[in-house]
Design a protein around this ligand. Structure first.
Ligand code: G3H
Ligand code: 13P
Ligand code: ZN
Length: 317
C-alpha cells in the first residue's frame, strides 16, 4: 500500500470512537519499533517528522526508512500497513511545501503563536498548495505549554483554545484537522507535582458541538510512565517531577472528537531508560546493536500498549 492521507483514517476513527497514534520518528530503530507494533496490532498509523528530526536524520533517510517499513510489512506479514507520513509543527509555508514536494501525505502548519488573522492567512496558503497536491493539513488554535521544537513556550504563555473561534478558523482556512489546547503540553514535565492533572473536557465538548464530525488533534499527549522515569533515575539519570497526561483522560478524549493523539516523549523515555539500564548492567559493552535492540523492543511494547489500551485503534487497519 502506498503512503495514505488521514482522510479515511479520521472518518473511521471519529465514527468508531477511537483515535490514531501519531508517533515521532528520528531513526531506524524508532521507525522499526513503532511499525512492528502497528503491524502486529493491525493498527492504522501516523508517523510524524519534526523540523528537528529532518535536520537530524535528513528528509530522504526518514522517507526511505518509512518506505522500507511498508515493504517489510508486505513481505514479512503480508499486510498492507496504512501509514500517513506527516510533518509535525511546520512553522512556515516553505517547510510545508518542501515536505509536500518530498512525498509527505500530511503537513501541520503551526501558526498558533501568531495573531488570529495571520494564523488564518498562512494556514490558508498551505491548504491551497497541499490540496492541489493531494495532501491534507492540520492547523492549530491555542497555545500549548512546554517545548515545541526548541522553542520554549512557558506555562504562563499557555492559552486554551477559544471554542468561539474554531468554526470561523476551519471555514476560512479549509484545514482538514485542528489541534486544540485543552491542558496538554509537550515534554516530560506537564503538570506541577502535587497538583491533579486534568484536561479541559468542557472545551473539547464545546469545540465538538461547534464542529460536528470534524477531526480534532491532541499534541503533548505522552503519559510519562513512572516506571521509566524511575528506571532513568536509578541508572544515572535525573528527572525529578516528570508527570504526564493520565491515560484514562486520553481514552476519554479518543472516544470523543479527538482522532489523532501525538506521542513522542514516551518513546524517548522508553529508549533512554532501556539504554541507561543496559549500560549500568553491562559497563563493558560497546556494541550499539546490543543496547539499541532492547531499546527498539521497548518502543515496540510502548506503542502496542498505546494502540490497545489508550487509542483503541487495534484491528482497525
Ligand atoms: O512537539 C514536539 C515533538 O516532540 C518534536 O520534538 O522538535 O525535538 O523533534 P523535536
Ligand atoms: P509529547 O511531548 O507529550 O510526547 O508530545 C508530542 C507532540 O505533541 C509532538 O507534536
Ligand atoms: Zn506537538
Amino acid at each position: 500500500m502506498a503512503i495514505v492521507t488521514t482522510k479515511e483514517m479520521f472518518q473511521k476513527a471519529y465514527e468508531g470512537g477511537y483515535a490514531i497514534g501519531a508517533f515521532n520518528v528520528n531513526n531506524m530503530e524508532i521507525v522499526q519499533g513503532i511499525t512492528e507494533a502497528a503491524i502486529e496490532q493491525r493498527a492504522p498509523l501516523i508517523l510524524q517528522v519534526s523540523k528537528g528530526a529532518r535536520a537530524y536524520a535528513k528528509h530522504v533517510y526518514l522517507m526511505k526508512l518509512i518506505e522500507a517499513a511498508i515493504a517489510d510489512a508486505e513481505q514479512t506479514a503480508g499486510f498492507d500497513l496504512p501509514i500517513c507520513v506527516h510533518l509535525d509543527h511546520g512553522d512556515s509555508f516553505e517547510l510545508c511545501k518542501s515536505c509536500i514536494d518530498g512525498g509527505f501525505s500530511s503537513v501541520m502548519i503551526d501558526a498558533s503563536g501568531k495573531p488570529f488573522e495571520e494564523n488564518i492567512a498562512i494556514t490558508r496558503q498551505v491548504v491551497e498548495y497541499a490540496h492541489d497536491h493531494g495532501v491534507v493539513v492540520e492547523a492549530e488554535l491555542g497555545t500549548l505549554a512546554g517545548i515545541e521544537d526548541e522553542v520554549n513556550v512557558s506555562a504562563e504563555d499557555s492559552s486554551y483554545t477559544r471554542p468561539e473561534d474554531v468554526q470561523e478558523f476551519v471555514e476560512r482556512t479549509g484545514c482538514d484537522s485542528l489541534a486544540i489546547a485543552i491542558g496538554t503540553s509537550h515534554g516530560a514535565y506537564k503538570f506541577k507535582p502535587g497538583t491533579k492533572p486534568q484536561l479541559r473536557f468542557d472545551i473539547l465538548e464545546e469545540v465538538q458541538r461547534r464542529l460536528p464530525g470534524f477531526p480534532i488533534v491532541l499534541h503533548g499527549s505522552s503519559s510519562v510512565p513512572q516506571e521509566f522515569v524511575q528506571m532513568i533515575n536509578e541508572n544515572g539519570g535525573n528527572m525529578p517531577g516528570a508527570i504526564g497526561v493520565p491515560e484514562d483522560q486520553l481514552r476519554q478524549a479518543a472516544s470523543m472528537a479527538v482522532c489523532k493523539i501525538n506521542i513522542d516523549s514516551d518513546l524517548r523515555l522508553a529508549m533512554t531508560a532501556t539504554i541507561r539500564k543496559y549500560f549500568h548492567d553491562h559497563p563493558d559493552h560497546f556494541d550499539p546493536r546490543q543496547y539499541l535492540k532492547p531499546a527498539r523492543a521497548a518502543i515496540k511494547d510502548m506503542v502496542a500498549h498505546k494502540i490497545v489500551d489508550v487509542l483503541g485503534c487495534n484491528g482497525k487497519a
